[in-house]
Write a protein that binds this ligand. Structure first.
Ligand code: 0T9
Length: 420
């Protein structure tokens, strides 16, 4: 225990002078996770039933709401259902937030969710996650269900800064959800977060500020996050309001629906601007078990696949063998360095397998089949490389002029040699 606390103390000291590149931090072994960050994309679809739910919603004769509004409510429920997996799963399975392995360029994580519906109406859902950049680290992913023509694609990177007690993290990137049969698309922004509990060597994530879900039908959900305050409040709290469009969102009394509660626990929904005490349960994270994807055995994986590439490092982490961790990591790093050198010498830069970089500030709404430009404009969000969810014209919007993002190339998945 004393050696643990000594290494933790020196780690905290290194955090204090921390320069922004999380991968450069040398953390004590007990805080290392044997899982690569490229795997985190799977958290988007551990409730496949909710992900596909909008496809099975029908307009009923006595409905007050439009079918598009019913879809928006269902998309919000799915989004809320992803948060516990995204932000609490390491704490649950590993006893606290851990530092993930820093993916190498081109690292892949693929898998699939089998259809567990009694009627077999879901079909198979595929995940492909790829490290599209190493400096800075960026992961792109697509989750595709062909049976129901439903695709989620997105990418993310983080930038972090250390305050007195917490690591503050801003997310860059976005997610785009498409229901082809419904002719609807949704833009999802990623909330800022911070890591608490660092001084106690028991780190955990808390979400903060806001994120948005913009529907192509106009409806927009604004989700506000809060945590356990010094005097009041519960951890992992949120309040989400759905409005007819982004200008109505200026006035909370115009909310069509309000959802409130804990994203890691129970939330409730009411019509209008406040949640009634007898409100209907919206989502109960504790009673809705995540469905994990299946990944083929390591022996059958390609050398670019995460669990195969990191196998020896992961074993060393599990064995708590610091020298071996270092040795095996160095092998991968040197190999990568050689590859980059060779690419530079041959003038053949690394080509991403399933994704391409695109400057959305140069595309018109019509030329952008992903829907990002149109949806970001509808939500009044910046198209530039600024923190996810940055409003147009806000101070953060002026941090850069660059507008390059990552988008999925579905035809490359159709013709891939990677086996799921
Ligand atoms: C995208 C998610 C992201 C990745 C992780 C900040 C963090 C890396 C990024 C944002 C996913 O969709 C959602 C969940 C958790 C985020 C991670 C939490 C975390 O602590 C790490 C960073 C890199 C660290 O590991 C810092 C060390 C730490 C354990 C404590 C000091």
């Amino acid at each position: 225990m004393s050696s643990t606390s000594a290494s933790w103390t020196s780690f905290i000291k290194s955090l204090a002078s921390y320069n922004g590149d999380l991968s450069s931090l040398t953390a004590p072994p007990f805080i290392l996770s044997p899982t690569s960050l490229v795997e985190y994309s799977q958290y988007w679809s551990e409730h496949v039933d909710l992900f596909l739910a909008p496809n099975f919603i029908q307009q009923e004769p006595n409905d007050i709401d439009s079918v598009e509004l019913k879809h928006m409510v269902a998309v919000l429920r799915w989004f809320i259902s992803t948060l516990k997996s995204q932000y609490c799963s390491r704490a649950e399975t590993l006893g606290g937030e851990k530092k993930p392995l820093n993916p190498f360029l081109g690292e892949l994580f693929v898998g699939k969710w089998t259809d567990e519906s009694p009627s077999k109406k879901f079909g198979e859902t595929l995940l492909v996650s790829e490290q599209v950049s190493h400096h800075p680290p960026i992961t792109a992913y697509a989750i595709q269900n062909k049976t129901n023509k439903t695709t989620l694609q997105g990418y993310n990177g983080v930038r972090a800064s250390m305050s007195a007690t917490a690591l503050n993290v801003r997310q860059y990137g976005h997610a785009l959800l498409s229901y082809e049969n419904l002719n609807e698309k949704y833009l999802i922004t990623l909330p800022p977060l911070h890591i608490e509990g660092i001084l106690m060597a028991a780190p955990f994530v808390e979400l903060e500020q806001k994120s948005y879900i913009q529907s192509s039908a106009g409806y927009v959900a604004v989700i506000e996050y809060s945590g356990k305050g010094y005097f009041s409040g519960k951890s992992n709290s949120f309040k989400a309001r759905i409005y007819k469009n982004i200008s109505e969102a200026e006035d909370k009394t115009k909310a069509l629906y309000t959802v409130s509660g804990q994203w890691s626990g129970v939330s409730s929904i009411s019509r209008g601007n406040t949640v009634a005490s007898d409100a209907q349960v919206f989502f109960d994270a504790k009673n809705s078990k995540p469905q994990h994807l299946t990944v083929k055995p390591i022996e059958e994986q390609s050398p670019l696949e995460s669990r195969r590439a990191w196998q020896k490092v992961a074993e060393a982490i599990r064995a708590n063998n610091y020298n071996l961790i270092h040795e095996e990591k160095t092998k991968i790093e040197n190999e990568q360095r050689e590859l980059r050198k060779k690419e530079a010498a041959d003038d053949t830069p690394w080509k991403q397998k399933f994704f391409e970089e695109i400057d959305y500030t140069t595309l018109t709404e019509e030329d952008d089949e992903t829907g990002y430009v149109k949806l970001a404009n509808m939500a009044n969000l910046s198209l530039k490389n600024v923190p996810s969810g940055t409003r147009k014209g806000s101070s953060k919007d002026n941090e850069t002029e660059a507008g390059s993002h990552w988008r999925f190339c579905p035809e490359r998945l159709d013709t891939t040699d990677i086996v799921f």
